[in-house]
Design a protein around this ligand. Sequence first.
Ligand SMILES: NC(=O)C1=CN([C@@H]2O[C@H](COP(=O)(O)OP(=O)(O)OC[C@H]3O[C@@H](n4cnc5c(N)ncnc54)[C@H](OP(=O)(O)O)[C@@H]3O)[C@@H](O)[C@H]2O)C=CC1
Ligand SMILES: O=C(O)[C@@H]1CCC=N1
Length: 275
Amino acid sequence: MTSKVTFIGAGNMASAIFGGMIDGGYPADAITATSPNDDALVQLRDRYGIHASSDNNAAVAEANVVVLAVKPDIMRDVCLDLRDSIQARQPLIVSVAAGLTADTLDEWLGGGLPIIRCMPNTPSLVGAGASGLYANPRVSDDQRQLTTTLLEAIGLVEWVDDEALLEAVTAISGSGPAYFFLMFEALIEAGKQLGLPADSAHRLALQTGFGAAKMAQQSEHDPARLKRNVMSPGGTTERAIHVLEDGGLRELFENATQACAARARELSEEIGEKR
Ligand SMILES: NC(=O)C1=CN([C@@H]2O[C@H](COP(=O)(O)OP(=O)(O)OC[C@H]3O[C@@H](n4cnc5c(N)ncnc54)[C@H](OP(=O)(O)O)[C@@H]3O)[C@@H](O)[C@H]2O)C=CC1
Ligand SMILES: O=C(O)[C@@H]1CCC=N1
């Protein structure tokens, strides 16, 4: 039987997930999403053909899976309001909110629930996302499998056994798209400085990033070997790579990801203190 999935909040992340599910053949009739905004409700019905409601409690009444997809700062109020309905139903809870631990969500929802935390990223909006997932001990193997299937609709899924590792996932893939966008900005600017028209530099830089990622995914060789393959001895790439290595690019990435993971921990603690 198809699981009924309800999304609380129908913004960027939620619409990426249910949009991907529908594109992958999941029946729209088994999906409900909620929004406080009347125009958004009309759009959800017209564009996706899913059920739409402004009543969070009514929307979870028959759900097997409830995806919490509102911003972290309003999550506490949303969960407290849903507590009785969730306890009556005991569905699988999947949260995409950054920084809120499974224990915190469980406490707000009344306790004893199977909870999966997910850290997605924005390329999910184009079906090329990467999500890190953690399940608390109450989640069954079937629920893990179901969640893998749902989230594979928007890209790659990686499970972690230790919830704290979601901070590392945030540092690599959650925030990671921004590192590559920065690299594109820098390459485009460099191309312009070397005399290329801006639109040519833009197209060449983006296609090169796309091609390198696609090649690395499809190749039997690791990125270090693929890099060496581009570096003809005494050639042009070797010069450029030496400049990047001597300039400390590896250390910069190490420091940046450490700072990111530390901030993820801090945010989690800040939210915890406000409880
Ligand atoms: N953006 C990113 O890169 C990432 C985001 N996330 C997480 O995803 C979650 C959602 O983020 P995102 O999709 O970007 O945010 P959005 O603002 O796009 O979506 C949140 C939605 O929740 C709706 N909403 C507000 N109040 C309620 C309510 N009481 N009941 C139901 N819906 C409500 C909002 O409606 P309205 O706008 O009308 O108020 C809005 O459409 C966040 O918790 C964030 O931490 C996780 C990883 C990466
Ligand atoms: O920057 C942030 O805090 C969020 C979490 C991951 C991506 N964006």
